[in-house]
Design a binder for this molecule. Structure first.
Ligand SMILES: [Zn+2]
Length: 139
């Protein structure tokens, strides 16, 4: 197995990635209650500084919008990305996986769950691991 690194330090709950059920960690403003992802130090809503606590985000959400890209690095195309709306009331940008062909399987409002996977490769060949969403498998 090649080298890997996490896309951004602190985006996953510690140990959750290794468990196979990754959990994303966002910020919750203690002053106004707004939740953000990725984490922030200053609240963009009420401008409070140092009032941000950490919050584990729901692993399931619904597809709010998506785009299928047919051009790009050969290794990746076609690929799909868009926004998933979480029960917390926030939308997060993501790539979609485990739903090829995208044209047939992706639907607005479809229930999806968090997973992880390679999102890009560094120049030295290190795989960069980030969050992705995939359709929820019933049962
Ligand atoms: Zn705030």
């Amino acid at each position: 197995m090649g080298k890997q690194r996490i896309f951004k330090e602190g985006i996953f709950k510690e140990g959750s990635l290794e468990s196979g059920n990754p959990i994303l960690v966002g910020s919750k403003c203690k002053s106004c209650g707004q939740i953000f992802f990725p984490k922030k130090r200053v609240c963009p809503k009420c401008m409070s500084i140092d009032e941000m606590g950490e919050v584990e985000l729901n692993r399931r959400g619904k597809i709010y919008s998506y785009t299928i890209a047919y051009v790009g690095p050969l290794e990746y195309a076609p690929y799909a990305f868009g926004f998933v709306e979480l029960p917390e009331g926030i939308s997060i940008f993501t790539h979609f996986t485990d739903c090829e062909p995208f044209e047939e399987k992706l639907k607005i409002d479809m229930e999806v769950e968090l997973t992880s996977g390679k999102i890009t490769t560094d120049e030295d060949g290190t795989e960069v691991i980030g969050w992705k969403f995939r359709p929820v498998k019933e049962g």
